[in-house]
Design a protein around this ligand. Structure first.
Ligand SMILES: Cc1ncc(COP(=O)(O)O)c(C=O)c1O
Length: 379
């Protein structure tokens, strides 16, 4: 086959881009899992749970593989509607809508609700999907300094109070930040949004399935359900499957059905995914010991590494990009699947190992891992 005849200008540009990625130590290569998992988001081990596998397999055999169309055309199934209703109940919300990924759900939320003349206040550490959603929106964007449980709300409070235009204000945060593993102070956000009339949008990607009495997330755990406008709940992390549920007031969700382009102009996920999600909700309800164990093991590893108490996401900051990749390679060679995270995923100069704990890891495995990590960081 004759290769596509690139113009010289375009060929030079591609080569220059790749050279600069290599020069900065930022070349990324997809690599399948090897070794003991300390990097996935399968915090509860549900991606391999027998009930989820069985229910998804049965659904494939009964209903086929593809959905064949958008949910607004022939791709709709009752199984999607049933699991959406159930998920809304799980979150204590009026209604929910399922999207084929968290990325698309965030684009949907930030393009459907904030309109021209509105203002989106977005934490500087928010995930790329929230950043892209805000960029796609017609609203003005204000990026505020990262706030974790250890910091005060001063900068954001000032920005919100000074913003006195007629538009609606939206505040967008992750409840548990994906790369730092730190928690947003949701009660403080709730109070500030109430005071300033802002609508609070919370991405529960790394919290849903884990925190709160029923495992529905940090909104439940911190008692702020009444103060959150909508939440985004990815189903490909602790829930073990894929996609994401947006939950909120019935009219908000209905507007997504009418307006959200990632929902309307995209083929619905395979219907069997709904069966797996239903099973995932069954397991989260029936096996709370998984989330208890996850938090115990996270506490154990953090203590073993001399780190403060915190979530299942344990960032080990290395700094230099190349060094982070070398340290990760050394740990991988010892049989532990840990990945280096480099800019632009994290700020310049903060390349890190993003260690994530899951409930299947024993204390003995975590001891061995900690020893390997400490050794790798010494060189
Ligand atoms: C905070 C956050 N939001 C959204 C997403 C996107 O979710 P998904 O992987 O389902 O597209 C991720 C991770 O990928 C995330 O970490």
């Amino acid at each position: 086959m004759r290769p596509f005849d690139l113009s010289e200008r375009l060929r030079d540009r591609l080569a220059a881009r790749l050279t600069s990625i290599d020069r900065d130590g930022l070349r990324r290569t997809p690599r399948p899992p090897v070794g003991i998992d300390l990097s996935s988001n399968d915090y509860l081990g549900l991606a391999q749970h027998p009930l989820l596998k069985q229910r998804m397999a049965e659904a494939v055999l009964a209903d086929g593989v593809g959905s064949t169309g958008s949910r607004l055309l022939r791709g709709e199934r009752e199984a999607f509607q049933r699991v959406e209703q159930r998920f809304a109940g799980f979150k204590g919300a009026e209604r929910s809508l399922y999207f084929s990924s968290g990325y698309l759900a965030n684009l949907a939320v930030l393009t459907a609700f904030p309109e021209e003349g509105d203002v989106i206040f977005s934490d500087e550490r928010n995930h790329a999907s929230l950043i892209d959603g805000a960029r796609l929106s017609r609203a003005r964007r204000v990026i505020f300094p990262h706030i974790s449980s250890r910091h005060d709300m001063g900068a954001l409070a000032k920005l919100l109070r000074e913003e006195d235009g007629p538009g609606q204000k939206f505040v967008v945060v992750e409840s548990l930040f994906s790369m730092d593993g730190d928690e947003a102070p949701l009660p403080e956000y709730a109070a500030l949004c109430r005071e300033t009339g802002a609508a609070l949008i919370v991405d529960e990607a790394h919290a849903v399935g884990i925190y709160g009495a029923t495992g529905s997330g940090l909104i439940e755990a911190r008692g702020v359900a009444d103060d959150v406008f909508v939440s985004i709940n990815t189903a490909g992390k602790a829930m073990g499957v894929s996609g994401a549920f947006v939950t909120g007031p019935a009219d908000a969700i209905e507007l997504l059905v009418q307006r959200a382009r990632p929902f309307i102009f995209s083929t619905a996920p395979p219907p069997a995914v709904a069966a797996a999600l239903d099973a995932s909700l069954d397991v989260i309800a029936a096996e709370p010991e998984r989330r208890v164990r996850l938090l115990e093991r996270s506490r154990y590893l953090r203590a073993r590494l001399g780190m403060p108490e915190g979530s299942q996401i344990v960032p080990v900051i290395v700094g230099d990009n190349q060094r982070a990749a070398r340290v990760a390679a050394e740990i991988q060679a010892a049989g532990f699947d840990v990945r280096a995270i480099r800019p632009p995923t994290v700020p310049e100069g903060t390349a890190r190992l993003r260690v994530s704990v899951n409930c299947e890891l024993s204390e003995e495995t975590l001891d061995r891992f900690a020893a390997v990590l400490e050794q790798a960081l010494r060189v």
